[in-house]
Design a protein around this ligand. Sequence first.
Ligand SMILES: Cc1cc2nc3c(=O)[nH]c(=O)nc-3n(C[C@H](O)[C@H](O)[C@H](O)COP(=O)(O)OP(=O)(O)OC[C@H]3O[C@@H](n4cnc5c(N)ncnc54)[C@H](O)[C@@H]3O)c2cc1C
Ligand code: FES
Length: 346
Amino acid sequence: MSATARHTYQVEVREVVQETTDAVSLTLHAVTGPTDSLDYRPGQFLTLRVPHPDGSLTRCYSLSSAPNSAMRPTITVKRVHDGRASNWICDNVAPGTVFDALAPTGTFVPRDWSAPFLLVAAGSGITPIMSILRTALAAHDNPITVAYANRDAESIIFTRELDLLAHCHRGRLTVTHWLESESGRPTEAALRTWLTAAPESHAYLCGPAPFMTAARNALDALGLDASHIHSEVFTSLTTDAFGTAPAPEIGGSTTASTATVELDDEVHSITWPADTVLLDVLLAQGLDAPYVCREGTCGGCAYTLRRGEVRMRENHTLDQHDLARGTRLACQSEPRSDTLDIVFDQ
Ligand SMILES: Cc1cc2nc3c(=O)[nH]c(=O)nc-3n(C[C@H](O)[C@H](O)[C@H](O)COP(=O)(O)OP(=O)(O)OC[C@H]3O[C@@H](n4cnc5c(N)ncnc54)[C@H](O)[C@@H]3O)c2cc1C
Ligand code: FES
């Protein structure tokens, strides 16, 4: 059984912008890898190997810049209390710092840019929201509300740009702030009075887990259909997405399905044991299938199921809208039909 080396490349920091006392934006440039190494869609994230005295850490950071714009790819990192990677980045990174990186990925990407957007963020959760907002304003004409919660006025990241955008797009863009220092914690009851959404709106939520739960429940209570609520969870990975993947365990199941898998413009025929996840089958065959966390949280292994059925062991990232479109996670999928047809196109 073969192990697979990941396709990694290096990115260099070109510019560091101090956004607040606790947050920096890093403008990046790919120094190795193909020219499209840093191509991304609004809402996607980049995976970095962050050096640390205790050993390097794999961390995901969403792009805050808009693709197809004059902006260079930019990530924005906020210190987490006692957090290892975020504090290392905020204290040490300077122009010229080089990181190992994995290509941008993720499923927190709007599909319908004509619907009204309700963009709800707390703290560093503004990062992918900013990418979506910048893209929508530049390339689409849907109405947008940004609802942004922070500890206090000094913690607001992108405060001047948000003010400026609201001013320039008056009538189309509304930006509202929630400050804990003035209004207390944004509980579900409080969010029910703060947030409003027309039934056709799509809501994009990003922030700490308790805030997201409160926001989702508030939007449910306001009658927004669950398939219109999309969220991105920020967690620290416990796995190492770089280097050589451990040789996967292929289960001892006597039942197996057959699948055609389209990956990097090549079609492969695989035998897929019923008790083994798709990612492990592909890695065992030496195929360079995409993945980051292998825990069902990041969406980095997402694919489209064109035919057949699978069961996902865990799913902490795909929403009902993604599932209805056929999106599934390779690191969590076991086959549940005799034949399947799969494409990695996310
Ligand atoms: C898809 C995705 C996108 C993301 N995008 C962004 C972004 O745009 N901007 C951003 O700032 N962050 C983002 N994150 C979060 C980021 O990846 C890191 O999780 C964050 O920077 C914290 O990492 P850290 O190493 O500093 O903290 P960690 O060292 O992982 O610590 C996190 C917290 O856990 C506590 N902790 C750590 N170890 C232990 C332990 N052993 N026992 C108990 N408690 C412990 C720490 O005290 C701290 O409070 C994203 C995450 C994901 C998954
Ligand atoms: S690799 Fe992160 S969800 Fe599968």
